[in-house]
Write a protein that binds this ligand. Structure first.
Ligand SMILES: [Zn+2]
Length: 303
């Protein structure tokens, strides 16, 4: 008999997938618990029924926070960076989290956030300083304009007002290394920006292409798979323009379903890779089966 105390921590925070010549690592930054109260555009009965359909407890949910590391072979690029404790107590510390991907903070060359909410850019700072000594940060121009606008901050609800200060802090800490780009910009290394405004004014997706393979990564176009795939009209109190967000969600889901695009996103169930399937007027999330091989081995049946 071996009396070994349970660790009480998850065994892995990193999952890897090949995309053409690139290696993509999904990094779990932990989770945040959210109640039904953050939703709008859906009745609680329909909300709870959607959770029940997915064999999940009702009344609210536990939402993962994932960021992505793209190793192109020549460069290390991150999409989002995690919350670093700024969005509830259950997110991991960054850059320690990078160790689970075999990386250090100094290895990151570029970060392109999907948007400027704390659970996506919080980890760019540590004690108010830049946590990534060598990284360039590139942000959509509309997104940067909004989160550095004093007029927009003055109009914000109380719980959101500090989020502008966070963006200004990142802007200061990465002075000379933070630049912006226009909608639909080609960002190099096979990465193209896709505007999905609504959740925030410059909320973004990125289409990543390598050696003929494609991956679409979005931020909060869908925040919970059990709710917003069957009910795309459901929005959240965090959405700056819920109507525009709904239109973007329909456009993004239609694109992913029509083109059968491999997709990943910050808040889908870890490691978040999967596909969007059309189901009548709505959609369903189909997680990709675990990839045992990351090297690109050809299929070799034993029998
Ligand atoms: Zn988010």
């Amino acid at each position: 008999m071996s009396a070994i105390a349970p660790t009480r921590v998850q065994a892995t925070r990193a999952y890897r997938r090949k995309l053409g010549d690139y290696e993509i690592t999904a990094l779990s930054d932990g989770f945040v618990d959210l109640s039904f109260g953050v939703w709008q555009g859906i009745e609680q009965e329909a909300f709870d029924a959607a959770l029940t359909d997915h064999f999940m407890p009702t009344g609210g949910f536990r939402n993962g926070i994932t960021s992505f590391v793209i190793n192109t072979g020549a460069k290390i690029i991150m999409i989002d960076a995690g919350a670093a404790g700024l969005f509830g107590p259950n997110s991991y510390h960054f850059p320690d989290n990078l160790a689970h991907a075999g990386l250090t903070a100094a290895d990151i060359d570029l970060v392109i956030p999907t948007h400027a909410h704390p659970d996506h850019i919080g980890a760019l700072l540590r004690d108010g300083q830049a946590s990534l000594p060598n990284a360039e940060i590139r942000v959509n121009q509309t997104e940067l304009d909004f989160w550095t606008s004093e007029a927009a901050q003055a109009k914000a609800p109380d719980f959101m007002r500090g989020w502008w200060d966070l963006v200004r802090g990142v802007d200061r800490a990465y002075a000379g290394r933070l630049t912006s780009f226009a909608d639909n910009a080609a960002l190099g290394d096979g990465i193209t920006h896709m505007p999905f405004p609504g959740h925030t004014p410059g909320h973004s997706g990125y289409l990543i292409e390598s050696a003929g393979e494609q991956l679409l990564i979005w931020g909060d176009l869908v925040v919970h798979h059990a709710i917003q795939f069957p009910h795309p009209q459901a929005s959240m109190i965090f959405d700056i323009d819920p109507g525009l967000g709904h239109q973007s969600r329909l456009r993004g889901l239609d694109l992913a379903a029509t083109d059968k695009l491999l997709t990943a996103a910050t808040h889908l169930p870890f490691p978040t890779f999967g596909y969007v399937a059309r189901r009548g007027d709505a959609y369903q999330w189909v997680p990709e089966t675990w990839r045992y091989d990351v090297s690109g081995l050809a299929w070799q049946p034993v029998v």
